[in-house]
Design a protein around this ligand. Structure first.
Ligand SMILES: Nc1ncnc2c1ncn2[C@@H]1O[C@H](COP(=O)(O)OP(=O)(O)OP(=O)(O)O)[C@@H](O)[C@H]1O
Ligand SMILES: [Mg+2]
Length: 238
């Protein structure tokens, strides 16, 4: 579905992504694991059409990837950015409707809103509340819900569990599984490597802009280097 090959992205002279190659197949959950500054968000913003690569190629559904954000969104590439970025002074419902900004199918939008409220009952209770007054966990739900209102074919989730309590984190990961089960492909960037690898079909480890490891989520969970660097497991020197 998505094929990134030898992608290089710069901020001025800072080389943030170095020859990054990843693939996401339709229906998969693919995880990008990496520490602060590894380049996860840079990859997400590039796939969302906001940042541009200097070299390399991105193929989306057998065509060159749309390099303009609204075209990427219209094509079904939808980003739920890190730190939510909701409109604090709009209500929950208004925020959700912003996700449907490019759509004209009013009846389907209404149905999607009902579906989303069934997925996140708390948002239905909060529908007229200003987004800025939601708790962190509720804001993350609202951000994912807004993404869903754009009818993604592939949903890019940038650190959805950031700053959340264990209970909300578990809820977010369950929701990701549920969304995936409804035929939405997921690309997930996370520092919470354990949970992310547990739900991932496949995963890539990004270190200072480079892909250094890849494999099935299960295999990477068992990988000693991943365990030491990202899962807090200590291996004794022999
Ligand atoms: N707007 C920017 N201008 C200059 N450098 C940037 C900019 N945004 C990111 N960078 C740099 O690019 C590199 C990758 O950053 P990025 O935000 O993609 O990492 P990340 O993996 O998402 O990190 P985190 O886990 O902290 O969110 C870092 O070295 C960062 O300092
Ligand atoms: Mg980031």
């Amino acid at each position: 579905m998505l094929k990134v090959k030898d992608l290089n992205v710069f901020y001025g002279r800072i080389h943030a992504l170095k020859d990054v190659s990843i693939e996401v197949d339709e229906g998969e959950i693919v995880t990008i694991v990496g520490a602060n500054g590894a380049g996860k968000s840079t990859l997400m913003w590039t796939l969302a059409g906001v940042l541009k690569g200097k070299s390399g190629s991105i193929i989306y559904r057998d065509k060159p990837h749309p390099t303009v954000a609204h075209e990427a969104a219209a094509g079904g590439i939808v980003l739920v950015p890190e730190r939510r970025r909701l409109y604090a002074n709009l209500t929950v419902r208004e925020n959700l409707m912003m996700g449907a900004f490019l759509r004209k199918d009013i009846e389907a939008i209404k149905k999607d809103l009902e579906y989303i409220y069934s997925l996140f009952p708390i948002l239905k209770e909060r529908t007229t509340q200003y987004a800025g007054t939601l708790s962190g966990g509720e804001q993350q739900m609202a951000a994912i819900a807004r993404g869903l209102m754009s009818r993604p074919k592939i949903l890019l989730l940038d650190e959805p569990s950031l700053g959340l309590s264990p209970i909300y984190t578990a809820e977010v990961f369950n929701t990701i599984l549920e969304i995936n089960a409804q035929n939405t492909t997921i690309l997930l960037a996370e520092q919470n490597a354990k949970k992310a690898l547990e739900i991932a079909d496949r995963a890539y480890v990004l270190e200072t802009g480079r892909v250094v490891l890849s494999g099935s989520g299960k295999d990477l969970l068992q990988d000693p280097a991943v365990q030491e660097a990202y899962l807090g497991v200590r291996h004794k020197a022999i």
